[in-house]
Unconditional design. Sequence first.
Length: 342
Amino acid sequence: MDQKSDDVRLKELVDEHFDKKYNGNIYELLDVEGLRSIIPICRQHFPRFTSSVIEVKIKEWYGFNKLTLRTGRWLTEEINTLENNTQRYLTENNLTLQDLFELSYTEKRQFYRFIARGIKRFHSKVSRKFVQHFSAENHVGTYTPSETRSVIALEKQYRGCADKWKTISNLLERSPQSVRKKFSYEKISKLKGKSRWSKKELKALQKCMEGYYLEKCSPDWDKIAEIIGSKNKQQCYTKYRSLLRPSKKFRKRDAVRLIELLHGMNFDHYHDINWDDIARKLGIHPEECVLKSQFQYLCQRYVPLARSVKLHDITSILMETYVNPYKNNDRMKKDLKTEHDS
């Protein structure tokens, strides 16, 4: 009863803040800045709720999962809106286009929020489109053969550096995004015509995986790709999962056991999980079921913006939204009883 009353009072507080500050603009409330402004206020009144739980509740109440955010190719109307918002910002702040690229981090965040008005896309996508559309470095022209060779050579030279693409872009007088995209295209184009796996390549992949299986260690996909020679690490990983990994159906009760186990371990960070250890405790061979992928699917399906939520809060939400409804179902109870008797 107390839980329900706290939820009701919390929602009333959020509604009041929502109507007063944002005039009912749901995109403003559910933006990162909007959540950062409301969550501390909620924490002052309801300290028993963590920031992550409050964020999940707000997104559930206001239908975050039902928002229609566009992805993919930009429409002409969206580009026009972006251009109009940019011109309006320049006029109101008496700035030039070049000044926008020299703004501080805080000023850039405010600017990107401004130009994202009326565009139903993630702000990160809007900021990337702005740089792509307005930066002069992105409109230099087609890469010459010598420039293409330089991109490949410089990438090899500066591989491992923190600012690799920025350094290469300064040398070639192009944008980092353009240089990185060109290198990716050239790397993929080398593999064109070799999309089908030969019997020799499949045997080499299988032999590599058997070696890692016997040593009981995680595969080094970079090394495997180097051994095979004609495939990159992503192709090797995808092929292994699709053809060579022994098939095992991951059932709902397996997901329930996985969530309960992770919830009981009280991990704070996702990277603290030892998936091989989890598999042994569940009695499942690590190569028979990709537990990590299954858990990521559950997070994406039942926890809004799971990447910004602590792991313990994620498992708590999954216990409420996935495990408890499963156990309360009569058919599922019978299933669990049959499994226990056997």
